[in-house]
Design a protein around this ligand. Structure first.
Ligand code: ADP
Ligand code: MG
Length: 323
């Protein structure tokens, strides 16, 4: 049975509520917090915060160490999701990887949500067709999930691969939750974990989690330099939660991140994605997408632990992401 925040010594219902509101919704999130941070954000005083953190560390599964052979064994099972565009797949060493966070950033309208929709279709296909026989979870923060668009993409894939695909079945395997603010967004990762556990032995486990957009709520809620550090800390925790989801479920995590075309006083260098360095260090693969001629888009691999930088030209058509 899962531990509740109220099970921590010194945490009653009121404190638990404060902690949740401050974004510390799980024992794990508390375990990795600093007393000063937790004290301030949850308004509980540093000494109390330190006690709560100590108790959380004792009971939390905060990962700890894995030996090299364990990491090796885990990584043997990495899955790759084909994107629909062979150049894109090649650049990614075969497709979007499980056990990793892939960030796709670009301007409004550049095609981030299109790529996300396409992967939600592709991951459901059998492995020989570039999928992982999977279910999908989407945390939709901008209300841009469109079932009709999924249907178009299913038809596109069916024609391209010469397969019979049932669009209604595919829609049934996509679990979408709207996130109404950044705290809710963080909480939904816990719900996603529960759902993934439920589906683990269903024959259609969750191998793809999409957060579209990762940063929009954070950007809207934390305006101005004063709260930048708080925002980054919270985003960092969120990303650690996502990485944990990726590892425990052998799932790919795809997050989108909008960059500003206009210089933005609040976020420094306008060519840098929102979330800045913290995102940079946490997302394993970073992709920059931009518009090109007609339906073409250029996707650039900006950062990867084991692949060279590169660019791929993709098309976004009625059929979805294609060569
Ligand atoms: P963002 O990066 O803001 O998430 P989107 O992924 O929503 O951007 O991309 C929107 C663009 O995708 C549209 O401007 C259009 O070029 C393309 N697009 C969306 N739907 C279709 C469609 N049904 N057929 C062709 N192109 C589409
Ligand atoms: Mg979008």
């Amino acid at each position: 049975t899962e531990m509740l925040l109220e099970d921590l010594p010194g945490v009653g219902p009121a404190t638990a509520e404060k902690l949740k509101e401050a974004g510390f919704a799980t024992i794990e999130a508390i375990a990795v917090a600093s007393p000063a941070e937790l004290g301030t954000m949850a308004d509980i005083g540093e000494a109390t915060a330190a006690k709560i953190i100590a108790a959380a560390r004792q009971s939390a599964d905060i990962g700890g160490f894995e030996t090299g052979d364990m990491v090796f064994e885990r990584r043997l099972h990495i899955g790759k999701i084909k994107t629909g565009c062979s150049e894109f797949d090649e650049m990614m060493g075969g497709g979007i990887e499980s056990q990793s966070i892939t960030e796709i950033y670009g301007e409004f309208g550049s095609g981030k949500t299109q790529v996300a929709h396409q992967l939600a279709v592709n991951v459901q296909l059998p492995e020989e067709y570039g999928g992982l026989d999977s279910s999908v979870i989407i945390i939709d923060t901008e209300n841009t999930f469109r079932p009709d668009r999924i249907k178009q993409m299913v038809e596109g894939r069916a024609n391209e691969l010469g397969l019979e695909l049932d669009a209604d079945e595919i829609l049934k395997n996509i679990h979408v939750a709207r996130a109404y603010n950044s705290n809710h967004q963080i909480l939904l990762v816990d719900s996603a974990m529960d759902l993934a556990n439920e589906l683990k032995d269903s024959g259609r486990p969750v191998r793809l989690l999409i957060v579209d957009s990762l940063t929009a709520h954070f950007r809207a809620e934390y305006i101005g330099r004063g709260t930048l550090a708080d925002r980054q800390q919270k985003l960092n925790k969120h990303l650690h939660g996502l990485q944990r989801f990726a590892n425990l479920n052998n799932a790919a995590v795809l997050v989108t991140n909008q960059v500003m075309s206009k210089p933005d006083v609040f976020f420094g260098d306008p060519t840098k994605p929102i979330g800045g360095h913290i995102l940079g260090h946490t997302a394993t693969f970073r992709l920059y997408i931009r518009k090109s001629k007609g339906d073409k888009r250029i996707v650039k691999l900006v950062d990867s632990p084991n692949l060279p930088e590169g660019e791929a030209v993709i098309a976004v058509t009625k059929d979805g992401v294609t060569d």
